[in-house]
Design a protein around this ligand. Structure first.
Ligand code: GDP
Ligand code: MG
Length: 177
């Protein structure tokens, strides 16, 4: 049985959610391909991307799902959430409205997936510090109140992008192993 455990494959489905234009697709592009699209109008490419990660010397595959822009119409389907064990709920620190939507996204997540889905609240676009509308303290407070991990990121300058995804994957791994 030892051998069996050794060769076990981990595949975690993780979903990206949050209002339109908060940077979900660019967070994934930065994480998976180290790319950034300055003028992306909507999602480029595939519905999910599988990223190999090394956690505690073990290979883990994170299957990260991105919306195809349907969040604009509040029509993210239940299939999108099905089987998810992790979620990144993203807002834009320079647009308060996107932070105000976080509660709605959490409701939707919990309606369509397991209550125990490992979730991180992500305040993206920290490079736009001069245009900030949501303080770090506010983000932290909401995350604490909702029992979520929290991180601020920039898909543009790469800060914390890897760390945000890794936080989720590591926690899922710790729960399951
Ligand atoms: P999505 O609708 O949530 O997938 O958002 P996108 O990834 O398509 O990004 C929407 C817009 O925000 C695009 O013009 C991106 O170039 C821009 N954007 C995404 N992330 C960042 C970031 O960290 N900083 C800045 N300044 N712009 C970003
Ligand atoms: Mg997108």
């Amino acid at each position: 049985y030892g051998d069996e455990e050794e060769s076990q494959d981990y595949l975690f489905k993780i979903v990206l959610i949050g209002d339109s234009a908060v940077g979900k697709s660019n967070l994934l592009a930065r994480f998976a391909r180290n790319e950034f699209y300055p003028n992306s109008k909507s999602t480029i490419g595939v519905e999910f991307q599988t990223q190999k990660m090394d956690i505690d010397g073990r290979e883990i595959k994170a299957q990260i799902w991105d919306t195809a822009g349907q969040e604009r119409f509040r029509a993210v389907t239940s299939a999108y959430y099905r089987g998810a064990v992790g979620a990144l709920v993203v807002y834009d620190i320079s647009r308060r409205q996107t932070f105000d939507s976080v509660g709605r996204w959490l409701n939707e997540l919990h309606t369509h997936s397991d209550m125990n889905v490992v979730t991180i609240l992500v305040g993206n676009k920290t490079d736009l510090e001069e245009a900030r509308e949501v303080s770090t303290a506010e983000g932290k407070l909401l995350a604490e109140a909702q029992g979520l991990f929290f991180m601020e990121t920039s898909a543009l300058d790469s800060s914390n992008v890897k760390a945000a995804f890794e936080t989720v994957v590591k926690e899922i791994y710790d729960i399951l192993r």
